[in-house]
Design a protein around this ligand. Structure first.
Ligand code: GP9
Length: 434
């Protein structure tokens, strides 16, 4: 019974959601370089000190490309790995464990697999141990042809968790170049960065970047680390360009999750008075309260689609979740995942972002499942909404649908039916499931 409900939902709600708009197929057949950008939070892109902006290069990419500035990862306890999963499949990660660890033997439709049908070669690259987050197994499941991990890199410079991003990118360009020479096909490559990782305490190795009054604070160290990651990104893009590898390519960049920044650290950023060189207190009219919903908003990460030749120069403010990344890209790449939970962002004007723990948000509201309260983004006040129970019911069904697909291996089951040409009409479906 449970299975039948899920399949009905899949068929009725999520199959054949193909849309046509001015972005359809614009990047069809191009090489794709996905930057899984560790702990990159969007608020840092607005920070500037004596030495300049924290992320000048990232900001340039955001302004030249298509920049989604209201973007939220939708991870559970599997953090980076959950984000990889959701980006690649447009399913939410399971909410009672880590899908990469416990559900690597299921069948998924992923960006790589869809592109393979179009003749692409796919690879993933990461300077850490291949077993971390069970990537050795899960990257095969997700359809990558080749996973370059720590053993494939010369560990010639270490920062924080391991191989520095600058060395990682330098060596990755060589690997991409060799692969491009060997494969007579377009490639998709996911590059997973590592340096900008909690606890951001390898400060001496991030290079000189003065963060003014934030010197010596945790958030100051995070911004220094992010500045390093920005320089590393620049070396990658420029290095790729020198090799001619960006000529028929797109770069897709997403911040994988927030950086565990505390309320008091955010206050150091938003409540500092330059003139008095002191912090505002709560009575000051300029005081910014880092209340519950604002703190949630600050967890936004960048999502950027960029290419060297097509300068789109557009910022999209509609709320977007990681599940929406694949449908949005699919439309541009001319492919279609029949099992996606997300939407093509270029086809919608409003959107609800659902988190695996039952929290959700739209342009105006944030719902916290733990307090069962709906908050206004404007003032953090609790809103009474007569439709809340119905909305929450829909949200819970979506989360349950995603969990069911993963836990019961329903894509394998449903693909099996499709392979036998069993595309079911509603009548056939009801017969099938009774
Ligand atoms: C490690 C990396 C970090 O290989 O991807 O994972 P995280 O701790 O951010 O989930």
């Amino acid at each position: 019974e449970e299975v039948s409900v899920v399949l009905e939902d899949l068929v009725d709600g999520n199959l054949n959601t193909e849309t046509v708009n001015e972005y359809s197929d614009i990047f069809k057949g191009r090489d794709i370089y996905v930057i899984h950008y560790e702990s990159a939070q969007a608020f840092a892109m607005d920070q500037e000190f004596e030495d300049g902006p924290v992320t000048p290069f990232l900001n340039k990419m955001a302004s030249e490309g298509l920049y989604f500035n209201n973007f939220y990862p939708q991870h559970s306890v599997g953090t980076s790995s959950d984000t990889e999963f959701t980006f690649n499949t447009s399913l939410l990660p399971i909410n009672n464990g880590t899908v990469f660890m416990t559900h690597a033997n299921r069948e998924y439709v992923s960006l790589q697999k869809l592109l393979k049908q179009e003749g692409y070669y796919s690879m993933s690259m990461h300077g850490n141990n291949g077993d971390f987050w069970n990537r050795n197994m899960m990257h095969k499941t997700l359809g990558y042809d080749r996973f370059f991990s720590k053993n494939d890199y010369v560990i010639d410079e270490e920062i924080g968790l391991g191989l520095s991003d600058k060395s990682f990118f330098r060596q990755s360009i060589e690997k991409i170049k060799e692969t491009k020479e060997q494969q007579n096909s377009p490639v998709i490559s996911t590059l997973i960065t590592l340096t900008n990782h909690y606890p951001f305490d390898d400060v001496d190795k991030y290079g000189e970047f003065n963060v003014g009054h934030l010197e010596g604070t945790d958030i100051g160290n995070y911004l220094k680390s992010f500045h390093y990651a920005d320089e590393a990104l620049q070396t990658f893009i420029e290095g790729m360009d020198q090799e001619g590898l960006l000529d028929n390519a797109i770069v897709v960049l997403y911040g994988d999750h927030h950086a565990k920044i505390s309320k008091s650290d955010y206050e150091k950023v938003y409540n500092y008075d330059e003139t008095t060189e002191d912090y505002y207190n709560e009575e000051d009219p300029q005081y910014t309260a880092i209340n519950g919903v604002y703190k949630e908003q600050l967890k936004r990460t960048p999502f950027i689609i960029w290419s060297k030749d097509k300068k789109i120069n557009e910022t999209i403010n509609t709320p977007m979740g990681m599940v929406d990344a694949l449908p949005t890209l699919s439309n541009m790449l001319g492919i279609l995942n029949p099992y996606q939970l997300g939407v093509d962002m270029m086809s919608v004007k409003e959107n609800t972002v659902v988190f695996p723990d039952g929290d959700w948000l739209n342009s105006n509201h944030y719902y916290s499942a733990s307090s069962s309260k709906l908050y206004s983004f404007n003032n953090d006040e609790v809103i009474e909404d007569p439709d809340l129970i119905a909305t929450n019911h829909m949200i819970d069904e979506k989360i349950e649908l995603s969990n069911n697909i993963i836990q019961n291996d329903l894509i394998r089951f449903f693909n099996g039916l499709l392979a036998q040409n069993k595309v079911l009409t509603p009548e056939q479906r009801s017969i099938m499931y009774t």
